[in-house]
Ligand binder design. Structure first.
Ligand code: BES
Ligand code: MN
Ligand code: MN
Length: 462
């Protein structure tokens, strides 16, 4: 792997310049007005894969945005690593909170990233992390040290639920044949505390609409006489947690896998500072389910959160009105073995049941996905741990994450493959928020670590 590392060291500036160009294209999958940019990004990713020497590169059309697929084969009998990532990004708003424009990448130093970080939407989630794989594979191919076969599958709809990727995977089981899936779309604990993600939460997402009177009313003439849908919605939402922050939907916890005391004790070994956590978020204290630590609340426990709530008059000044309708978007993060469809159904039934007379309630389900866990005794995990040890000089800590990548559970179900989540982002990198950034340390460390994974994985499967 020496030539590979040498190649990386020699090409650092170019690797950064190329990522910066990619970050300039606003590939926002949620907003149709960016459609041409999303397509342009797919083309650019495909061009990169061609230029690094992949044997076969294809832009696969779907009912939505295309999937960029590529193959490089050394020898069919050798192991095949399938790299998954996404080239789409979250919307950048609120734009006014960015200290530099979201699609004009700049390098700035921060307390956590003293050597600099790239500020741009998608810098960490996931263009920066996906592109580390393109550059790591380039380094291995061009230095003649690629030890196995590799396939790329880079999608453009992760941030909107990966529906078409799900279809693509089901229709292309043979094409996607591999031994392990490798993904960098998660994080690690800190730059001096490497960790490997061993679990992701699932997701059930619903939108609710509460209708009271058939039109907006004068709040003096009708106030007190009719159900105010905003009051009612607020009360219904508030009742979804009890005083211990347990979720009150009947049956919600029925299938939740509880961890053993040993597993919880193991988890508690990961470093966590309550003070630093609160300080970073400007809060006096944390808030959550009784009986669980902050780390547990954010990973092994299911949650329910309102993501948005609106209705009535929100403009300048005061308008005395009882709105006809109120709305909320609600997400539930799920853990093994909760079934997203079942949870959505439980939510719907419960939410309808608690609605008072005088309002009508409509619940619309959005995309969802199952939770996933990776064992730490697999060859893939061992290879990843060895790779981190080599580049960080420390054993990585296995950590379950609170985020979701719904396609990971599908990889296991449909392709029968485990996913290794080699994420190099930090929780403080502001993904999905204004001022998203990705440390240069993290970008380069990722590019350096990935080739060692290939080498160890190939070695361990012999
Ligand atoms: N890369 C994130 C997920 C993530 C981030 C997992 C950090 C673990 C650590 C991904 O792009 C994402 O944002 N997923 C969405 C779900 C999706 C269905 C929109 C999420 O977790 O909200
Ligand atoms: Mn992502
Ligand atoms: Mn994301």
């Amino acid at each position: 792997m020496n030539q590979t590392q040498h190649f990386i060291a020699e090409n650092k500036q170019r690797f950064l310049d190329e990522l910066i160009e990619l970050l300039k294209i606003p590939s926002i999958s949620a907003d149709p007005s960016y459609s041409s940019s999303v397509h342009q990004t797919a083309d650019s990713v495909a061009d990169h894969l061609k230029s690094i020497g992949m044997h076969h590169v294809e832009i696969c059309q779907t009912a939505g945005y295309p999937i960029v697929y590529a193959e490089w084969t050394k020898e069919p009998s050798l192991p095949t690593i399938l790299v998954y990532g996404h080239y789409d990004v979250q919307p950048a708003d609120p734009l006014e909170l960015w200290t530099s424009p979201a699609f004009e990448p700049v390098i700035k130093r921060t307390e956590i990233h003293p050597e600099g970080a790239i500020f741009a939407r998608g810098a960490c989630d996931d263009k920066g992390q996906m592109f580390m794989h393109v550059k790591a594979v380039e380094a291995m191919i061009k230095s003649g040290e690629m030890p196995c076969n590799v396939k790329f599958m880079i999608e453009g709809e992760e941030e909107v639920g990966s529906e078409n990727l799900g279809i693509f995977v089901k229709e292309n089981v043979e094409k996607l044949k591999a031994d392990v899936i490798l993904v960098s779309d998660t994080g690690m604990l800190a730059n001096d505390t490497p960790s490997i993600t061993t679990g992701l939460r699932g997701l059930s997402y619903v939108e609710v609409e509460v209708t009271g009177p058939n039109r907006d009313l004068h709040s003096g003439l009708y106030g007190g006489c009719v159900a105010n849908p905003i009051n009612v919605l607020a009360k219904m939402v508030a009742s979804l947690h009890d005083e211990n922050m347990h979720i009150t939907i009947p049956g919600f916890y029925d299938k939740v896998v509880e961890l053993s005391d040993e597993e919880r004790a193991e988890m508690a070994k990961a470093p966590f500072s309550h003070e630093k956590y609160c300080k970073a978020l400007d809060m006096e204290d944390v808030y959550g389910e009784a009986g669980y630590s902050t780390m547990e609340r954010g990973s092994i426990r299911p949650t329910l959160d309102v993501n948005g709530i609106w209705g009535g008059y929100t403009g300048e000044g005061a308008k005395t009105v009882i709105a006809s309708k109120a709305y909320a978007k609600i997400s539930m993060r799920l853990v093994p073995d909760q079934d997203p469809n079942e949870i959505t159904k439980l939510f719907m039934d419960h939410f309808m049941a608690i609605a008072p007379k005088g309002v009508r309630v409509k619940v619309t389900p959005h995309h969802g996905g199952e939770a996933a866990v990776t064992p730490i005794d697999s060859i893939g995990y061992k290879a990843a741990a060895l790779a981190y040890e080599q580049t960080f000089g420390k054993r990585p800590i296995p950590v379950r994450s609170g985020g979701s990548i719904p396609i990971v559970a599908m990889f296991e179900k449909v392709l029968g493959l485990k996913t290794i989540l080699m994420g190099f982002g930090l929780d403080s990198d502001a993904i999905h928020s204004p001022n998203e950034h990705y440390g240069l340390f993290n970008y380069y460390k990722g590019i350096e670590t990935i080739p060692y994974f290939y080498a160890h994985y190939t070695e361990l499967t012999k």
